[in-house]
Design a binder for this molecule. Structure first.
Ligand code: ADP
Ligand code: MG
Length: 352
């Protein structure tokens, strides 16, 4: 069995309402960093709180290090689960020094050992020179590293972090994604991180679990999730995309869509049937004489690239199909211009 295993985990708050978390299954290996990614209200925090022991599952079992910590017949209290929690607002004690804050997590240790361990984890998070300061004298990023140090101090089986980056501005956010993962890797800790932000999830995780309405939609490494999203929801949640419908060709490698023939990266498992496609905007490349062409309807400049909304002729019912395409910023493109492009099969995926 994997190091952490969530089996059919279900939580219903009110019996006449839909489940906040429904039959969730997830396996996490020792040392893995996993994120639960999904829109607000999809059940991420509830899942984390059940693992921590702050909520009781309505059904299902939670195993940590081979031991059932919550299930039908019994439930271990939070302090006995070997969990380090980092709260969204860090929850540091304002009247205690940084050192005392970190020592707080070690209340059952001997005083001398407590101090030595607290200094050790402060060094791990790069704050050994800040031991005597108070939380208010630290920046947001530093406070977060203190919260992480406090969670890591007792050597927990797993660290749980709820939206760790959402209080940070863009620049600091990127730095903290890197700092937090570096610290977790150095400590060789298993971690479950909750976020609604796809960039956070991709930057920090070995494995991402995308959730919607209490249900896990897909579990995959970031690259696989982006390249091969399982369904329309995942395709749209982990990046911008174009969704099209078409008919599978006999060769099982090409799809006949309303805008023309689109190729898949490899032969599909599906048969001759109607299928849905996800085509990433960066997979559409403007070229002199491409397979597809359409009229530019709208151009949005993002700094890194230009987002073009291109209207294509739908040759079946002459309705219009609009596709999002990324173009390099140095290219002169005006609204109304006809552009031609090819689609890179590597950025095309079949979705449910
Ligand atoms: P997320 O963290 O993904 O934003 P939550 O896990 O907080 O989502 O919430 C999932 C669903 O459960 C929401 O519909 C929310 O309103 C509901 N919920 C969460 N906590 C409670 C509670 N203590 N009582 C009743 N409903 C709750
Ligand atoms: Mg939440």
């Amino acid at each position: 069995m994997s190091f952490i295993h969530l089996k059919n985990l279900t939580k219903t708050f009110n019996h006449n309402e839909r489940e906040a978390v429904k039959e969730l299954n997830l396996s996490i290996d020792k040392g893995e960093i996993v994120t639960l990614l999904g829109p607000s209200g999809c059940g991420k925090t509830t899942t984390l709180r059940m693992i921590a022991g702050f909520e009781t599952p309505s059904n299902g079992t939670i195993y940590i290090d081979g031991k059932a910590v919550a299930g039908q017949s019994h439930s271990l209290p939070p302090e006995k689960r070997g969990i380090g929690m980092v709260f969204q607002d860090y929850a540091l004690f304002p009247h205690m020094t940084i050192l005392k804050n970190v020592m707080f997590g070690l209340n059952r240790w001997k005083t001398q050992e407590k101090k030595a361990r607290a200094r050790e984890v402060l060094e791990l998070v790069g704050l050994e020179d800040y031991a005597k300061r108070y939380p208010a004298q630290l920046s947001g990023g530093q406070q977060q590293r203190v919260a992480l140090a406090r969670a890591l101090a007792p050597n927990p089986h797993v660290v749980l972090m709820d939206e760790p980056f959402s209080n940070l501005d863009a620049g600091l956010r990127e730095k903290m994604r890197y700092d937090v993962t570096t610290i977790l890797r150095k400590a060789n800790t298993t971690a479950i991180i909750v976020t609604h932000d796809q960039k956070d999830a991709f930057a920090v995780s070995d494995k991402v679990a995308v959730m919607n309405e209490g249900i896990i939609q897909q579990v995959a490494a970031p690259k696989e999730m982006y390249r091969c999203p399982k369904n329309c929801f995942v395709a749209q949640f982990v990046g911008k995309t174009n969704l099209l419908t078409g008919m599978m060709d006999e060769d099982l490698k090409n799809i006949h869509t309303h805008i023309g023939k689109v190729s898949l990266p490899e032969e599909s498992q599906k048969q001759l049937e109607t299928v849905k496609l996800s085509i990433r905007p960066e997979g559409c490349k403007l070229v002199q004489e491409g397979t597809f062409c359409g009229r530019v309807q709208r151009v949005t400049y993002s700094g890194e690239y230009q987002e073009l909304y291109v209207q294509l002729q739908n040759d079946v019912n002459h309705a219009e199909e609009t596709m999002l395409i990324y173009a390099p910023v140095e290219q002169e493109i005006e609204v109304g211009k006809v552009v031609s492009f090819d689609i890179n099969p590597a950025l095309v995926a079949l979705v449910d």
